[in-house]
Design a protein around this ligand. Structure first.
Ligand code: AMP
Length: 221
């Protein structure tokens, strides 16, 4: 069994509350399996906001207040970016986030075959968010405790200033967690009913990643 390629196409969705580490786990899987593609709904939205597109303008109000962008806008945006080849493996990070988005994906003929539900205690998440800094240009994420930049406050690659995401403000973040509970639970139920849900528990990405890797290899290796 190869540990750097998959023998059948994996169409993976990462689910988990904001700050659970969806982006980190996705990045680690990509490093392990270079042929896998990844799409992050948050990154695609932030790119649209930065470029001032129509979708970006519509989305930014929702994003800065910690609310979810409407399902119709999201589904249109992401569905047009999903690889169409049946042999391509990919990871969707942050989409779908609601049951209607999952239904839109299924109606479009996208056959998701592995849904990873990252179950991280809220206390760990709140601490992690308080320490999160990002580089706005690239989306690179740092954690002041676990993965600090080489020079305080500056991006390792460009040397540009790091910032706190507007929606990581503690009050906004609390709203995001509540929205998560409300909107994402039905999504988890949807995939549980389809038999593709896999839940993994852990406090750190180092604890979760080996379990995730084993499971990916077991299913697709
Ligand atoms: P993220 O980087 O995944 O935490 O996403 C940042 C923000 O983008 C979220 O708080 C939402 O406002 C918006 N967003 C990202 N993905 C979605 C989605 N699938 N549905 C609705 N809003 C989304």
């Amino acid at each position: 069994m190869s540990t750097s390629s998959l023998s059948r196409a994996a169409r993976i969705i990462m689910v988990g509350c904001p700050g659970a580490g969806k982006g980190t786990q996705t990045a680690r899987l990509l490093k392990q399996f270079p042929a896998v593609k990844a799409l992050s709904s948050g990154d695609i939205l932030r790119d649209n906001v930065a470029r001032g597109t129509d979708i970006g303008k519509q989305a930014s109000t929702y994003m800065s207040s910690g609310s979810l962008v409407p399902d119709i806008v999201m589904s249109k945006l992401i569905l047009s970016s999903i690889p169409s080849s049946p042999t391509t493996s990919y990871i969707l990070d942050g989409f779908p986030r609601t049951r209607p988005q999952a239904e839109a994906l299924s109606d479009a003929g996208v056959d998701v075959n592995f849904v990873v539900n990252l179950d991280v205690p809220h206390s760990v998440i709140l601490e992690r968010i308080a320490n999160r800094m990002v580089h706005p240009g690239s989306g690179r994420v740092y954690n002041l405790t676990y993965s600090p930049p080489k020079v305080e406050g500056l991006d390792d690659v460009t040397g540009e200033k790091l910032v706190r995401r507007v929606d990581d403000d503690p009050e906004t973040f609390k709203i995001r967690l509540e929205k998560y509970e409300e909107k994402t639970k039905p999504l988890i139920d949807f995939y549980r009913e389809k038999g593709v849900l896999w839940t993994v528990q852990g406090r750190t990405s180092d604890e979760i990643f080996p379990k995730l890797l084993d499971e990916v290899l077991r299913r697709f290796g």
